[in-house]
Design a protein around this ligand. Structure first.
Ligand code: MG
Ligand code: MG
Length: 629
């Protein structure tokens, strides 16, 4: 796929935008007139900058209110066009985007518009330029690509073509199959944008809420398949108006954009005979969480290990060459890395003790790694001792690591190859914890889309709709990435301010990361009892919660009493019941959770406010800022 992005998508000054666009791997860039006007340099300077970065300027835009003007205004409109042509020639681009007229003065009439475009085509041809026509969803007379195409067809000029924009067509629910009959050479460029489904004014929705393909809810893949079915293999250009992007990191948003196009091309390539997209492995199927690894040092490891032991984990093995200990319970494996060398140690130096890495068990680690790199993931490598395994790894949330392991290669036997078994405190029973239920990662709100796209493009997963969790100090946005089998469940929490517990976690940890680990049990009451015996202190839940939950769900008084006695939270959905037990916080807001699902499919979002309030009560006074109640 030939990739392009409009400068309007990104924040920053024009030179920074161009640099970020080139770095992200785009082939081309659309120059927005406003970006250009705000820049203190000539069109030729901009053209040179783009050229030096290896970027083709795919088009210059916008040229507004052109077609169908009454006679008095018509000649002025053509004069304006000639001035745009001057700029384009200096810039070094051959295409201008003309969007459908929104002026009250416009007269309408398809033949009249076609005649105007024919003349514009003649003028453009004299200079070797091209004119692309786009139907705005709110155009006064032309707001449908089918009408824009009819005008282009009747203009009948080789220098006049159609510009398709997924947002304008999909937001108005226009039948995208109408694209399939357009000759590919008459489509001059295709612009892409997705958007979350929000029922609001089209213009406002478009100007503020667009996002990258795959980040929203519009059928952008089906749209692109329709385009690809014509044989079109020109530029696909992101044109995303989004307030958050315009305030976000220029480089990160550009990187997301590139990833979204690569992912889109791969999806389209699998369904349509098309030259766009390159062969690459399918999204990796995740079979489970191999392990979660904590970075710490020898002193801080003591408290962490005591907590793991109170949760029923047993020391099973120690690393042959590093200070890494493996704890196990059921099929859950936790590594505690207190080695003074290597990445974990460096991560610990910045963040303190935290869960910096997780390993995903995939069907084929080599293929999954190739997929990840094809999706612009950042590879990670560090030296390993002779005879030890090198686990393929990529950088994940907050600069942490995601290791990829499988059962078909020696990677799945890392705990035997790299570790030596130990037998600790012999026959002591665990607490009935079986496997990872979910892993919760907390990120700054403006990184949410980045990581959702990261996970869904690399791994065979889906994302659930976003839910708002009310922290007493603000809103935390929560969205889940999960796979069909439930073996991979990640909850992503986006914090907008540091007074929320999630925000405090980010601020104190100097970044995003895993904030809690949830383990499953098949009998939460038995687990709670044995944990109590081993000295585990659950998070104390207010008695008021139990009055509320009893009334809300019509629970037996007896069940309510048992829940209260063990500080267990309760929820229910149409599929079944859910039980949750929390630890207190460790460090700056990390905690463990134990859950029992009886058919339930959610994550206990209605309980989050009670859990957050309880954690904050426990962390005060020295933890969360005083006013963060
Ligand atoms: Mg557009
Ligand atoms: Mg949870």
């Amino acid at each position: 796929m030939k990739t392009s992005i409009a400068t309007v998508t990104l924040s920053g000054e024009l030179p920074d935008k161009l640099e970020a666009i080139a770095r992200a791997g785009f082939d081309g860039v659309e120059i927005f007139e406003n970006d250009f006007l705000a820049f203190d340099g000539s069109p030729a300077d901009v053209g040179k900058m783009a050229n030096d970065l290896g970027l083709k300027i795919t088009l210059f835009q916008p040229f507004r209110d052109f077609e169908g003007m009454p006679d008095g205004l018509r000649s002025r409109t053509f004069d304006r066009a000639e001035r745009k042509f001057d700029v384009m020639q200096e810039l070094g681009t051959d295409m201008v985007l003309v969007c459908s007229n929104v002026s009250q003065a416009a007269l309408g009439g398809i033949d009249r518009a076609a005649a105007d475009f024919h003349e514009l085509g003649e003028r453009a041809a004299k200079r070797g330029l091209k004119v692309g026509y786009e139907a705005l969803a709110w155009g006064r007379y032309v707001n449908d690509h089918r009408d824009a195409w009819e005008i282009v067809r009747r203009a009948n000029h080789p220098n006049v073509g159609l510009i398709l924009d997924s947002f304008h067509s999909l937001s108005r629910k226009i039948d995208i199959n109408s694209i399939r009959s357009i000759p590919k050479e008459r489509i001059f460029i295709v612009q892409l944008a997705d958007a979350p489904l929000i029922d609001m004014d089209l213009l406002y929705w478009s100007r503020h809420f667009r996002n990258m393909p795959g980040e929203g809810d519009l059928p952008v893949t089906a749209f692109t398949e329709a385009v690809a079915s014509t044989g079109y293999d020109g530029y696909f250009s992101l044109e995303i108006f989004n307030d958050q992007f315009r305030g976000g990191s220029t480089r990160a948003i550009a990187a997301d954009g590139h990833r979204s196009l690569i992912y889109l091309a791969d999806q389209v390539r699998r369904n349509v005979q098309t030259p766009i997209g390159v062969p690459m492995p399918e999204r990796a199927v995740v079979r489970g969480i191999g392990f979660v690894e904590f970075a710490t040092d020898e002193d801080e490891a003591v408290e962490l290990i005591a907590l793991l032991q109170a949760l029923g984990f047993r020391k099973r093995a120690i690393h042959r060459s590093k200070k890494v200990t493996l704890f196990e319970q059921g099929s859950i494996r936790i590594l505690v890395n207190a080695d003074p060398l290597g990445f974990a140690s460096a991560a610990y130096a910045v963040h303190g003790t935290f869960a910096y890495a997780l390993a995903l068990v995939v069907e084929d680690a080599t293929e999954a790694y190739r997929r990840a790199l094809a999706m612009d993931a950042e590879p990670f490598q560090q030296a390993v001792a002779d005879g030890e395994l090198e686990l393929p790894a990529i950088r994940g949330v907050g600069g942490g690591l995601i290791y990829l392991i499988d059962d078909k290669s020696p990677l799945g036997r890392f705990s035997e190859i790299d570790f030596e078994p130990v037998s600790e405190d012999g026959g002591k029973a665990g607490a009935g914890l079986l496997q990872f239920d979910h892993i919760a990662q907390t990120v700054a709100y403006d990184e949410m889309l980045t990581w959702l796209l990261f996970y869904t493009s690399i791994f065979e997963t889906r994302k659930t709709p976003m839910v708002d969790i009310i922290d007493p100090s603000g809103v935390v946005r929560s969205q889940v990435v999960e796979n069909e089998t439930g073996r991979l469940r990640l909850t992503m929490n986006g914090a907008e301010n540091r007074r929320t517990l999630a925000g405090h976690f980010i601020a104190e940890k100097f970044g995003s990361g895993i904030q809690h680990l949830a383990f499953s049990t098949d009998d939460i009451f038995v687990t709670a009892r044995s944990l109590r015996k081993q000295g585990f202190k659950p998070l104390h839940i207010s008695p008021n919660y139990y009055d509320d939950v009893e009334a809300r769900f019509g629970l037996d008084a007896d069940l309510t009493e048992r829940l209260k006695a063990e500080n267990i939270l309760y929820d229910r959905d149409e599929h079944g019941e859910y039980f949750q037990l929390y630890s207190g916080t460790y460090g700056e807001g990390f905690f463990f959770e134990i859950v029992e699902r009886r058919g339930y499919r959610g994550y206990g979002a209605p309980n989050a406010i009670f859990r957050i309030a309880a954690l904050k009560r426990q962390m005060r006074p020295e933890g969360v800022p005083k006013d963060a109640v």
